[in-house]
Design a protein around this ligand. Structure first.
Ligand code: 3PG
Length: 208
């Protein structure tokens, strides 16, 4: 569906972008994030067990579990089966935009240019991921987009950290940011749940 805005609002200030290799890590990871104040996550379909990870994380009460790195419309069916709460793509095609529109799951397509925003608007979208944000000009680019596109909301992702996320979050057309820094690969590998909880707490305390 086109109704992603409430999820982005709930996610504010940050959606952790996760790549989880082992399904047995799903529940302790979700619990560590929740203990740190984060309840909305994006599980990328970059690992073999990603669908099982989504299913497992959904068992943790209160967790809102979206799927990321969705690059083909055919992936929506699997995500419906595991009851993903929302769907994120690093880009957008006419087929993805249409599949997302008619899906039960809210869809967040990504854009990098004004023309891509306009194509999404033609289908009815008014919220977009902005990816890869730091490469596309960072906060200055989003500030410039607000002139011609005042009613469009963005979730910038790519190259965002605790140090620079405030620059994005202070913009009126940014609903939340996405980033992988809350769950560093080495912390997940060593199952350092207390460090992940701490990183989540630092990020969630930016909530205004
Ligand atoms: C994504 O899929 O949204 C990005 O890979 C996350 O970007 P980051 O690793 O720079 O935070």
């Amino acid at each position: 569906s086109l109704e992603i805005a409430p999820f982005l609002k709930q996610a504010h200030p940050v959606i952790p972008v996760l790549a989880v290799e082992h399904v047995e890590d799903a529940v302790p990871l979700a619990e560590a994030l929740q203990a740190g104040g984060i309840e909305v996550v994006e599980v990328t379909l970059r690992t073999e067990q990603a669908l099982a990870v989504i299913k497992a994380m959904k068992q943790v009460k209160g967790m809102v579990v979206g799927a990321g790195t969705v690059v083909r419309a055919s992936q929506f069916r699997d995500l419906e089966d595991v009851k993903a709460d929302f769907v994120v793509s690093p880009g957008a095609t006419p087929q993805l935009l249409e599949t997302g529109r008619v899906s039960r799951m809210p869809f967040l397509p990504a854009v990098a240019t004004v023309s891509e925003v306009l194509k999404g608007m033609e289908v009815g979208y008014d919220c977009f991921k902005f990816f890869p944000a730091s490469v596309l000009g960072g906060p200055a680019a989003l500030k410039a987009l607000r002139g011609p596109l005042p009613d469009i909301t963005f979730c910038p992702t790519g190259g965002i950290s605790l140090a620079n996320c405030g620059d994005y979050l202070s913009l009126p057309n940014v609903a939340c940011v996405g980033g992988s820094w809350i769950v560093p690969g080495d912390a997940l590998k060593t199952r350092d749940w207390s460090r992940i909880e701490q990183l989540a707490r630092e990020a969630s305390s930016l909530r205004g």
